[in-house]
Design a protein around this ligand. Structure first.
Ligand SMILES: Cc1ncc(COP(=O)(O)O)c(C=O)c1O
Length: 397
């Protein structure tokens, strides 16, 4: 490569500063580390921010999705529709409950689940007499495309709708914040997400039965939170266990970081948007743009990921070779996603073929996620684009 700048540009990087450091220190010095006043305040602030009646903090989005499905009563033999083109957490939580994921392909030329294929699948499940219970919507890269259609379909067929909004915080819509208009929405605060607590997640819901069940099940199935047991009148050991629950509560150090991140969420989103505009401006106007499908600009998008799709039929190099060359130039990348129907467990358990989901399978061979994080500089983006342009120009057939 002609580019002599050897600085490594990571694929993702959390944006944490003095305020987060001080907030954690305060908790460490307080003597109360587990779920307590910080987690409670984080939930209240999150509920006010999103407009959701209840926000319930957990230690990962995976835990949150599991709790929601459990609260919705998913059990052995139940079918839940889920995209193949997603992270395994979206589907594994259905298996945790004993249910079966029923995979759906991407919409042609898009990354989110195909709504028409989803409806056709629901119809054939119902015709077979299968227990179709619900839909798990996933907003890939932070794009809530098709959510209104999925809301409509879930209502029409009497199915629940859960939003795996791990990538999609904070995104407004005409109808309110994305994640808040379904039975439940779950956000991720994993280290590379749009806001982070290291590890963590938040469930939002307006359903009081989900709220009540989640509150107990996230802490061993105990009917009172540990904070309430120690701060309210009565003996802290006086509690009941209503079910064999889980250990999914968020600790107060994570919550303290989350409260600061929440205050910064909109400004970090603006920084992501600015970075995406820069990518689109440079790559969109370059001669290699005909070798790529770039994401379409959308205002109502969390821009968690910036995923380009190579037109591999016009290139002499594969997606993997393209990534290797970028990595050699110090550019961090990732691939979102190898579809779940191509993963050993799901493929073998449900006898799936690569060709069953042609859109997702074709995407897998073409997608590359480029560096995107709050604070990425224009110079860094220019360097990534220079490398992309140079590699593609030399790989042009
Ligand atoms: C689409 C999707 N769903 C769920 C998750 C799980 O999030 P967490 O790591 O907070 O459990 C992820 C994590 O990256 C994800 O990408």
């Amino acid at each position: 490569m002609t580019n002599l700048n050897t600085e490594t540009i990571p694929f993702a990087r959390p944006s944490l500063g003095r305020e987060e450091e001080e907030a954690v220190l305060k908790v460490m010095r307080s003597g109360w580390l587990t779920t307590g006043a910080e987690a409670q305040a984080f939930e209240e602030e999150f509920s006010a921010f999103t407009g959701a009646p209840w926000a319930l903090a957990v230690n990962s989005a995976t835990a949150g999705l599991h709790l929601v499905l459990e609260a919705l009563g998913v059990q052995e033999g139940d079918k839940v529709l889920v995209p193949s083109f997603t992270f395994t957490a979206s589907a594994e939580v259905i298996r945790y409950c004993g249910g079966d994921p029923v995979f759906v392909d991407c919409a042609p030329g898009r990354m989110n689940m195909d709504v028409r294929a989803c409806e056709t699948t629901i119809r054939s499940l119902l015709k077979e007499g299968a227990r179709a219970k619900g839909i798990m919507a996933v907003h890939i890269a932070g794009d809530p495309e098709f959510i209104e259609d999925l809301q409509e379909i879930s209502r029409r067929y009497g199915l629940f709708l859960v939003e795996d909004a791990a990538h999609c915080f904070p995104v407004d819509s005409a109808d309110g914040m994305i994640g808040t208009r379904s039975d439940a929405g779950v956000y991720s605060f994993y280290a590379n997400k749009t806001i982070t607590t290291g590890e963590g997640g938040m469930i939002v819901t307006s359903n009081s039965r989900i709220r009540e069940r989640v509150c107990a099940m996230r802490l061993h199935g105990i009917n009172k939170s540990v904070w309430n047991r120690y701060t309210e009148a009565g003996a802290p050991w006086e509690y009941d266990v209503i079910a064999p629950g889980f250990k999914y509560n968020m600790n107060d150090m994570a919550a303290a970081i989350g409260r600061i991140q929440l205050k910064r969420a909109l400004s970090m989103l603006d920084q992501r948007k600015e970075a995406v505009r820069t990518y689109l401006e440079i790559l969109g106007s370059s001669p290699v743009s005909r070798l790529l499908d770039l994401p379409e600009w959308k205002e109502n998008h969390a821009w968690h990921l910036f995923i380009i799709r190579l037109k591999t039929d016009r290139l002499a190099i594969s997606r993997n070779e393209f990534i290797e060359q970028l990595n050699k130039s110090g550019i961090g990348t990732s691939v979102h996603y190898k579809p779940l129907h191509m993963m050993t467990y799901y493929r073998e358990r449900y006898s799936l073929e690569e060709s069953d989901f042609p859109e997702a399978a074709s995407l897998f061979h073409r997608v590359v996620s480029l560096p995107l994080f709050p604070g990425i500089s224009r110079q860094q983006i220019e360097r990534v684009c220079d490398c992309v342009i140079e590699i593609l120009s030399s790989g042009d057939r």
